[in-house]
Design a binder for this molecule. Structure first.
Ligand code: E4P
Length: 217
């Protein structure tokens, strides 16, 4: 399973990248706004900086909602760097645009996915990645991980090549459960990635080893 970090914060991207396990970055307009990135030029430059920091797929989201606008915006984003993946919302014109991008060699990440039907449509259109929003599904009293397992089953028996990118991850357990359910990628906040390190027995065991090591010096 690939690991992406889900942020536009450069310090967090650097910290995750230094772990040596990072395969890419996802952003969205809310994450860009959180970092105070404002204006088209600043947004494009920020994506360029992220691409220079991380050698992996970088999702950059369009804000147009009509076919022509999505295509025009997506082409500009794709021109920033070969690693850019154009993030397109799961709407009717989004599906048309994903098909156009797929036919024209531009990779896509279909975002705001909440059902297996949407997953089938995005795969048929040729999306490179599909982003089901696990945390938001859980927040709404459904089971986000169940959706990952269902899509994984469908893609596997139907031979769809679209990669399942579990998004809206809230904690380390989500990452483990998504890995178990067949996600190809998890995009996670830094805290959730670091949460994978945690186990009290590791801390207790290390403290004891270090204490005993003093006796051997
Ligand atoms: C990433 O691709 C998604 O936009 C992101 O994971 C959404 O996360 P949220 O539900 O925490 O906003």
């Amino acid at each position: 399973m690939k690991f992406f970090i889900d942020t536009a914060n450069l310090d967090q991207i650097k910290e995750a990248n230094e772990l040596g396990i990072l395969d890419g970055v996802t952003t969205n307009p809310s994450l860009m706004a959180k970092e105070g990135i404002k204006g088209q030029e600043a947004i494009m430059n920020h994506y360029k900086t992220i691409c220079e920091l991380v050698d992996g797929d970088i999702s950059a989201e369009v804000i147009s909602t009509d076919f022509d606008g999505i295509v025009e915006e997506g082409k500009k984003l794709a021109d920033i760097h070969p690693n850019i993946v154009v993030k397109v919302p799961m709407i009717k014109d989004g599906i048309k645009a994903i098909k156009w991008f797929s036919d024209n060699g531009i990779r896509t990440n279909c975002t705001l996915v909440f059902s297996a039907g949407q997953a089938i449509l995005a795969a048929k259109a040729g999306a490179t990645y599909l982003s089901p929003f696990i945390g938001r599904i859980d927040d709404s009293n459904w089971d986000g991980v169940d959706l990952i397992a269902q899509i994984s089953h469908i893609y596997s028996i139907q031979g769809f090549k679209t990669e399942i990118l579990a998004a809206s991850i809230r904690n380390a357990l989500h990452i483990v459960k998504c890995a178990e359910a067949g996600a190809d990628v998890c995009t996670c906040p830094l805290d959730s990635i670091l949460g994978l390190l945690k186990h009290p027995l590791t801390d207790i065991g290390l403290a004891k080893f270090l204490e005993d090591a003093k006796k051997t010096q």
